[in-house]
Design a protein around this ligand. Structure first.
Ligand code: AGP
Length: 613
């Protein structure tokens, strides 16, 4: 996601825009830019953080009382100067900043090129500026506001937009569909932003734009309408929270915010890629290499930490859905083992940051030996994403908390989509199976929402009982064995409690000696085909007085009856269950860490991206 700001009033716009962008940098920090009106449109933008933009603006010394600004989280087009926002129309008279994803930008771009328009960037956003100018300059009797409405009707996807036209130097046009946008109402001045953090120091009176709405804003007026031109009277809200809280959108920590963002981040990851009506999957990033994938002798997946756990889920997925042999490797082990990999093999690397040194080294090692290398990354323009032959971005938005949460579920969603696509292309999955899987996959965001709404309180209570447990054991089978590992990692990295994840059946080969009345055992019993075995494992733990906490499907009375505590979650396809079973484990680790007074977002000894070996 990106950050948008705007200002019109008596004050120096540049200073307000830069300060506002700094407050929004948690939303994205690949590049930043502003557009001002001072005898025509003036744009200053470039790769890098807002501080670089601030220096450039100081050097330029441009003054203005009206402007828009943007800090970017790249989705289409790598972070560089030309892809940074604002984007201009060909004449340079219209400037646009955008937060969201335009799904039909390729189609619109082709149409505009056929009409003779030339483009500067690889972004989806630039088509908004160009489409606007095309409509405004070629449609008779259409004013600029009408041109905006006509353009928005052609756009499929999500947007928060702020637009300026040097022909109307006293106003800013804003529009919203799927990406937040607020209007702050001051005394003879107006503020625009993606959330309240850039606004709250100037005014506490805000209007929240809703989807399908636009507004025309001048220093002393605003008109809100639907994009069908129906005027609206919007309620003016009073902001009642502190600046610091707002940057976390009201959450006490980024980690909790990112846990609760997962319904949206999972939906964003699937947006434009799955179609429940046609039962089709579109993964543009690997389209050109799908044949190599289909004919690959095997897929080796290399990653670290949480990304290694999603890789383990990927192994089950590719082998079940696409019958493709998979091996999962710790990137750090793979790179030093003189790996037997070469032409005809595929190495898939998974990395949220796209900068993890061991994973990057594994990629280079495999490439040097002739393998094709694909990537699953969250950061567009990251080193790993630029060095792979092809890949799929997770579109989870910036993950600030050191403990990875929404990146994990987004990685699993990408792996599910890849395995389904491969299974269909190889003729292993019928269209009716694809329809079933894709229909269920489209329900996952609402099922995650349900879990967050209905289990959060119970988990907080449970966390208070186990805050000072010296150890934890996590058990899972099949798809949920990697989730047991992930749940243990979450707990240990933010609460500093020793925790182990184990395949449930392995417990009797040693760890069962650990079980006593002091040992909380988290059992993930949410996969149908292993349920009976899991019940036996739970009995074994109970017989040794272990304290059983079960993550189970709604309708599982046997497990419920055996458990001291249970968290019920909606059922889903076994191969999708990690997307649901991991949510309570993220919450459990978070609340225990908070109870222990740990620094949840920046745990001791850890970094968000391990760029050292
Ligand atoms: C997970 O919560 C940790 N922050 C850590 O294990 C992380 O997953 C690992 O360092 C890999 O990072 P990457 O996904 O950015 O490559």
């Amino acid at each position: 996601m990106c950050g948008i700001v705007g200002y019109v009033g008596d004050r120096e716009a540049t200073e307000i825009l830069v300060k506002g962008l700094k407050r929004l940098e948690y939303r994205g920090y690949d590049s930043a830019g502003v557009a001002l009106i001072n005898h025509g449109l003036v744009v200053q933008k470039g790769k890098g953080k807002v501080i670089a933009l601030e220096k450039a603006l100081k050097a330029d010394g441009v003054k203005s009382n009206i402007g828009i600004g943007h800090t970017r989280w790249a989705t289409h087009g790598e972070p560089n100067d030309v892809n940074s926002h604002p984007h201009l129309s060909e004449s340079g008279k219209i400037a646009v900043v955008h937060n969201g994803i335009i799904e039909n930008y390729n189609t619109l771009k082709k149409q505009l090129i056929e009409r003779g328009r030339t483009f500067q960037s690889q972004t989806d956003t630039e088509i908004v500026a160009q489409l606007l100018e095309e409509i405004y300059t070629t449609s008779k009797g259409v004013n600029f506001e009408q041109a905006i409405r006509l353009a928005l009707k052609q756009i499929v996807g999500t947007y928060g937009l702020a637009i300026m036209n040097e022909e109307t130097p006293d106003r800013i046009f804003i529009a919203r569909k799927g990406s937040p946008l607020l209007l702050g109402i001051g005394e003879d001045e107006m503020f625009i932003a993606s959330d309240a953090s850039p606004i709250v120091e100037y005014t506490n009176k805000v209007i929240y734009l809703d989807d399908g709405e636009m507004a025309i804003v001048t220093r002393d007026s605003y008109k809100v309408k639907t994009i069908d031109d129906y005027p609206l009277t919007k309620e003016v809200h009073e902001l009642a929270i502190s600046l610091d809280a707002i940057e976390k959108a009201g959450y006490p920590h980024f980690m909790l915010k990112e846990i609760f963002e997962q319904p949206r981040s999972i939906a964003d990851c699937m947006r434009g890629r799955i179609n429940p009506d046609t039962g089709k999957i579109v993964l543009g990033g690997i389209e050109d290499v799908i044949d190599e994938l289909i004919h690959a002798k095997r897929i080796v997946i290399a990653a670290c930490g949480t990304s290694w756990h999603s890789a383990l889920v990927g192994e089950y997925l590719f082998e079940q859905l696409a019958k493709t042999p998979v091996e999962v490797e710790y990137a750090s082990e793979f790179r030093y083992r003189d790996p037997l990999i070469g032409k005809g093999d595929v190495l898939l690397v998974i990395s949220q940051s796209g900068e993890t040194a061991d994973t990057l080294a594994a990629l280079r090692e495999a490439k040097a030996r002739g393998a094709m290398v694909l990537g699953i990354c969250n950061v567009v323009g990251s080193t790993i994403s630029r060095e792979t032959d092809a890949g799929v971005f997770t579109h989870a938005g910036p993950e600030i908390g050191v403990a990875s949460t929404k990146a994990f579920t987004a990685q699993v969603v990408v792996l599910i989509m890849m395995a389904l696509e491969l299974g269909q292309r190889k003729g292993i999955l019928s269209q009716s199976e694809m329809n079933k899987y894709i229909k269920e996959l489209s329900k996952i965001p609402s099922k995650v929402e349900y879990i967050l709404e209905h289990t959060d309180e119970a988990i907080q209570k449970m966390a208070s009982l186990f805050t000072y447990a010296p150890n934890f054991l996590y058990l899972g089978r099949s798809y949920n064995f990697p989730v047991a590992l992930e749940g243990a990692l979450k707990l240990k990295e933010i609460s500093y409690i020793h925790a182990e994840g184990y395949p449930a059946a392995e417990m009797k080969h040693g760890p069962i000696a650990l079980i006593d009345e002091m040992m909380p055992v988290v059992v993930i019993a949410a996969t149908d085909h292993t349920n009976d075995k899991m019940i036996s494992n739970i009995e074994e733990v109970k017989a040794r007085k272990g304290r059983i906490i079960s993550i189970m499907n709604d309708d599982n009375p046997e497990v419920e009856q055996l458990s001291e505590f249970h968290i019920s979650i909606p059922t889903t396809a076994d191969c999708f269950s990690p997307l649901l079973t991991v949510i309570p484990l993220q919450l459990l680790s978070y609340y225990i860490a908070v109870n222990r007074g740990c620094h949840v977002d920046q745990p001791r000894n850890l970094a968000k991206s391990v760029t050292v070996e």
